[in-house]
Design a protein. Structure first.
Length: 297
């Protein structure tokens, strides 16, 4: 079954404030990530199965969906979180396992141009300091972009953004609590899903690469998430369905994506307003596809 609906989203909505979480501390992603899915949380219930077993998220990014599902009590099985960005994955593992050591490093950091470039050129020796550096650069860089040069060196400029508080340590500790017991891995999505089984749920939020077009999302970490990778992803989604697993896949609204994933369950088109462009940001109406196979009827 395929449907195409348009739903308006206001980027000012606090999509994390649901009936299930209003009385609890709301853990927000501690990493800013291009294509983050905080906006998606207000409507995610329509795509979720009534029940599922283990949870997989192989394009981790800011982990907004994981944190949301964990807080509202939907993750009762194992959670397997992964990404091909090793620095990102290692950061999550340190926040899970050594959050107080990470915080101890963060407390000594300053939000100044000179200190930023000093940290950008610095190579920490310990894993917890590497994680702190990653969080710091993500917080203070221009628009929170993750970008490296051909040698794998982080090269995003300073963002000149001021904060009342540079870091939210309470949120970081709560994120650590929610990450306890999760499996966090550095791997490709196909490897991450090799143990996916009947009744499990996988949330897939890949880089939005489309066929026959150059776009700003084609680079993912130090590799290119090429059209061939979208084709591999289509195979993975069909394999998940064949195993009896549930999936939710977000992707670009584009004819090539529609053609490639068109036979994958139900398709819904979502449109939302998003702020773009840094200091002179404006609201732009953006569209995304959601493909899913849960039947709540």
């Amino acid at each position: 079954m395929q449907i195409a609906l348009e739903i308006g989203f206001d980027s000012c909505m606090d999509s994390r404030q649901t009936n299930n979480t209003q009385t609890k501390p709301v853990v927000k992603p501690f990493i800013r990530w291009a294509g983050g899915k905080s906006w998606f949380l207000a409507e995610i219930d329509r795509f979720l199965p009534r029940e599922f077993r283990d949870y997989y998220e192989p394009f981790l990014g800011g982990a907004a969906v994981f944190f949301h599902l964990k807080q509202i009590g939907r993750l009762n099985g194992n959670a397997v979180l992964s990404d091909t960005n090793k620095e990102l994955v290692d950061c999550y593992a340190q926040v899970r396992d050594n959050v107080e050591h990470v915080i101890a490093h963060l407390r000594s950091y300053r939000n100044t141009r000179d200190f930023y470039y000093e940290m950008r050129g610095f190579t920490p020796s310990s894993e917890c300091e590497k994680a702190a550096r990653f969080i710091y650069l993500n917080r203070t860089s221009f628009n929170g972009i993750y970008r490296v040069n051909l040698n794998g060196v982080y090269n995003v400029p300073y963002g000149f953004k001021q904060y009342r508080a540079l870091f939210d340590y309470k949120n970081l500790r709560e994120a650590s609590r929610l990450l306890k017991g999760t499996t966090i891995s550095h791997c490709d999505f196909q490897h991450a899903l090799q143990h996916l089984a009947e009744g499990d749920l996988v949330f897939l939020d890949p880089p939005y690469t489309v066929a026959h077009a150059n776009n700003s999302f084609i680079k993912y970490n130090q590799k290119i998430f090429a059209w061939h990778d979208q084709e591999r992803l289509a195979v993975a989604v069909k394999t998940a369905a064949h195993k009896g697993a549930y999936y939710i896949l977000t992707n670009a609204i584009h004819p090539s994506i529609e053609a490639l994933f068109g036979t994958c369950g139900t398709r819904m088109g979502l449109r939302r307003y998003s702020l773009i462009g840094g200091n002179k940001a404006k609201r732009e109406l953006k569209g995304e596809y959601v493909f899913y196979n849960a039947n709540r009827n």
